[in-house]
Design a protein around this ligand. Structure first.
Ligand code: NAD
Length: 246
């Protein structure tokens, strides 16, 4: 078991990549605080993982709201006594071409994908500093590395995650905390599955491996960066995209 007795907070754990990561982390022996805005789905999914034998608990949070994040971290520490790993996975899109993108939709994505990562990281770091170790992994995207039509707001946040990761790697390395990011490519989540076959085929043709990624491909990348196997990796962004970015 690669995460035996480690306590991990995974944001955006009710759906998609965060849920798959919660399952993988639980199977690897972690105690998983599944946190999400969507309490109904989050509770259901946590119950599902408990039935599978996982030590998981659901906590509601709005990562864009500092008070909500502080309350969640306090609850998690009360429940599990410590925090070893933070996976900043929660994220949203509000796509629109630059000429049409509203300020509200620009700001909404900044609030969750960028400020949310800042809030969660700042709230857990004192607990990691106190124990002299910790692992922080945040979710970027190919969109943040090479831009994407219609994603001014999203690309800005995902590039911002890379900048914050490198800064925190420098600030926190001496405290025993590793800070890294994962940049997923096109992953076969429900949103992608709903797209027309023609669009999916076009996406695949741009990927050297010629296939979409699976949610578990990202879960295993989170797992590696959260485990002791990556103790000398700090400040990196791991591209998990079938070779789109190189
Ligand atoms: P998803 O929409 O399936 O899940 C995101 C989760 O975040 C949801 O459960 C949602 O309720 C939660 N969330 C949204 N706003 C929140 C808030 N304010 N507070 C707390 N929770 C909130 O998305 P996904 O496809 O699983 O993506 C997960 C991460 O991976 C995101 O950061 C996304 O940008 C990134 N990503 C995904 C892909 C992909 O192909 N799916 C590609 C690149 C990057």
């Amino acid at each position: 078991m690669r995460l035996k007795d480690k306590v991990a907070i995974i944001t955006g754990a009710a759906n998609g990549l965060g849920f798959e990561a919660s399952r993988i982390f639980a199977q690897e022996g972690a105690k998983v605080a599944m946190v999400d805005y969507d309490a109904k789905t989050g509770e259901e999914r946590a119950a599902q993982l408990k039935e599978e034998g996982g030590d998981v608990a659901f906590f509601q949070v709005n990562v864009a709201d500092r008070d909500s994040v502080d309350a969640m971290v306090e609850e998690v520490v009360k429940h599990y006594s410590k925090i070893d790993i933070l996976i900043n996975n929660a994220g949203i899109t509000r796509d629109g071409m630059l000429t049409k993108l509203s300020v509200e939709n620009f700001q909404a994505v900044i609030n969750v994908n960028l400020t949310g990562v800042f809030h969660c990281t700042q709230a857990v770091v004192p607990h990691m500093i106190a124990q002299g170790k910790g692992k922080i992994i945040s979710t970027s995207s190919v969109s943040g590395v090479y831009g994407n039509v219609g994603q001014t707001n999203y690309a800005a946040t995902k590039a911002g995650v890379v900048g914050m990761t490198k800064t925190w790697a420098k600030e926190l390395g001496r405290k025993g905390i590793n800070v890294n990011a994962v940049a997923p490519g096109f992953i076969e989540t429900d949103m992608v599955k709903a797209m027309p076959d023609k669009i999916i085929d076009q996406m695949k043709s741009t990927i050297p491996l010629q296939r979409l990624g699976q949610p578990s491909d990202i879960g295993y990348a989170y797992l590696y960066l959260a485990s002791d196997e990556s103790n000398y990796i700090n400040g990196t962004t791991l591209h998990v995209d079938g070779g789109i970015m190189m």
